[in-house]
Design a protein around this ligand. Structure first.
Ligand code: M24
Length: 542
């Protein structure tokens, strides 16, 4: 009974949860939006793909899969930088109950080898840039039948171009094609990479039902970014990552016009917002920091921008507030999500801004915060591990029952490994990642707290805090600091600045080290392992 008292349930969704497959919903959306001129525009080349072209390509690709004998549950992989054709194989696969496995195009051969070994795709769709790396890796795997290149018109040796593959295999009108009926709860739609709370990368199985919940959120005027067809949204989030993959599919559901960047390029990013009159952008915290601090921002007219969604890593309250002030917004929509839960499970809604918070629980999900020692659920304002349950929780890790059981308990709760709490209004705050927590003589030191303080200092452009091993204390908090160009600050000044604001265990006894850039992953997460190793090599002057 006690546990039930502290379980939160998301508000009712205004958008409808449809019972049909994600593939059928995408098909219906592409038909419905066929009159719109642009589904996606490549900001680098100004090339575009319309909703009608997306519909025709995905249907003909699905017909080609059938003609070649590919069947339900066969896996296709997509390994490419963001690209206008990226979603064609993914959507075509979803029409047929085949499984799309997007992969990071920057993976080394070794990483690709490991990832391909998890999902075992029969077909690989890649970009020209990735082709030679992929051809080498293919030699080790007999399950890969073919490599298809997304961004060329002509075949390259044995690898077919996307357009030739379709031309050679589909000779029926695309209008005759209809997506298949499937068991939405059981049918896996995509396999995305995540290491979860521990260990090596794993394959997260995302079902059609998981995606349907996201689609219901995308249609909801409070939860979705923009719900009016034709509205312009810009994204540079990598499509292989859950954030980029699922939000962009949601854009197609609604009929948005997506401006796509292959990677974050500051001037192109700002110019695209200005020139395409972008209304909404999705960013990660380092870009929010850029928007708050970079002088470049003043060079462009960003007045069309009305909404910023930010997530995938902690965003300092002050950074969020600075962005809102500088860009004259009503607020910033922070979300908190993880690959294992499809997309954002807490998200600031369109009209309930609360700086520093990652927002309330999304509709159709339940949440609880548990004591990390006892596992008991906790009431408001008490920090514990965040756990989620509902139709956004993955089916499991592909071929890894042990890791699945360690992450989803027997009652269906997904244990995130994140520390946080909710306030009396049900707004969530992410305090830190459990496994990254620094412990100084048994006291908890959350790195995110110290990083937020460091970022408030006008002499500091960026910062990260990690724990370094110490014989007597267990760990010592150490700071890596990037100085703001033209400003001066010393190690001792940084130490004193922090010591003046936090309790003794949180003082930077591990030292302060100046570096040129904080290493971050494509989705904006600080690469703490790299920094921990660097800390051992670099001497602190403290
Ligand atoms: P994955 N604050 C602190 N930590 C966060 C965080 C946050 N707001 N969000 C994520 N993390 C950390 O690589 C946690 O430790 C994602 O990051 C992911 C995947 C899909 C969607 O996955 C967490 O355990 C999103 C994130 C997402 N975040 O926001 C939004 N989507 C969003 C925002 C605005 O597995 C770990 O990262 C509007 C709409 C949105 F969908 C998970 O890392």
């Amino acid at each position: 009974m006690e546990e039930e008292k502290y379980v939160l349930h998301g508000a009712k969704t205004l958008g409808s949860l449809q019972k049909s497959t994600a593939g059928k919903q995408l098909y219906d959306a592409l038909v419905r939006h066929s009159h719109l001129p642009e589904a996606m525009i490549d900001a680098h080349t100004q090339e575009k793909i319309s909703y009608k072209a997306l519909l025709e390509t995905t249907c003909r690709l699905a017909q080609s899969f059938q003609k070649c004998g590919y069947k339900q549950n066969d896996v296709i992989s997509i390994c490419s930088e963001n690209n206008l054709n990226f979603f064609c194989p993914a959507i075509a696969a979803m029409y047929l109950g085949m499984i799309a496995a997007p992969l990071n195009e920057n993976y080394t051969k070794g990483e690709l080898h490991n990832a391909l070994n998890i999902s075992k795709p029969k077909l690989i769709f890649c970009s020209k840039k990735v082709l030679s790396k992929m051809l080498e890796v293919k030699q080790n795997f007999t399950f890969i039948k073919k490599i298809i290149i997304l961004d060329v018109l002509q075949d390259i040796d044995d690898s077919e171009s996307l357009s030739n593959f379709i031309l050679r295999n589909s000779n029926e009108s695309y209008k005759n094609f209809r997506p298949l009926d499937l068991d939405c709860k059981e049918q896996v739609a995509a396999v995305l990479c995540s290491s979860g709370t521990t260990g090596l990368p794993k394959g997260v199985m995302t079902t059609h039902t998981n995606l349907s919940v996201r689609f219901a959120h995308a249609r909801d005027s409070q939860i979705g970014h923009q719900t009016i067809p034709g509205t312009t949204i810009l994204t540079f989030m990598p499509f292989f990552h859950g954030f980029g993959f699922c939000t962009t599919l949601g854009n197609f559901i609604v009929g948005l016009r997506t401006i796509m960047l292959r990677r974050f390029e500051p001037e192109l990013f700002l110019k695209s917002i200005q020139d395409y009159e972008v209304r909404c952008i999705l960013v990660v915290p380092p870009i929010a920091l850029f928007l708050a601090k970079s002088p470049l921002v003043d060079k462009y007219d960003l007045s069309s921008l009305k909404e910023i969604g930010c997530g995938a890593a902690p965003l300092g309250k002050e950074v969020g507030e600075a962005v809102v002030k500088r860009l004259n917004l009503d607020g910033l929509r922070q979300g908190y999500g993880l690959t294992e839960a499809t997309l954002a499970v807490t998200l600031i809604t369109a009209n309930r801004f609360k700086p520093g918070s990652s927002g309330p629980l999304v509709p159709l999900m339940s949440a609880k915060v548990i004591d990390i020692e006892t596992g008991k659920s906790l009431g408001p304002d008490v920090v514990g591990e965040l756990c989620f349950k509902g139709d956004m929780v993955m089916k499991g890790y592909m071929g890894n029952i042990k890791a699945t059981r360690e992450t989803i308990d027997e009652n269906g709760w997904l244990h995130t490994g994140d520390l946080g709490y909710y306030d009396k209004e049900g707004h969530f705050y992410i305090v830190d990642r459990l496994k990254e927590l620094i412990k100084y003589k048994g006291f908890q030191v959350p790195p995110a707290e110290l990083e937020a303080l460091l970022l408030k200092n006008p002499c500091i452009k960026d910062a990260a805090v990690v724990g370094i091993p110490d014989e007597s204390a267990g760990e010592l908090p150490a700071a890596f600091v990037v100085k703001q160009p033209g400003k001066q600050i010393t190690e001792i000044e940084v130490f004193d600045y922090i010591a003046g604001q936090v309790s003794s265990p949180k003082h930077l006894r591990g030292g302060v080290r100046f570096i040129d850039e904080i290493p971050k992953s494509a989705t904006g997460k600080i690469m703490r392992k790299v920094l921990r190793e660097l800390a051992q090599k670099m001497k602190s002057k403290l």
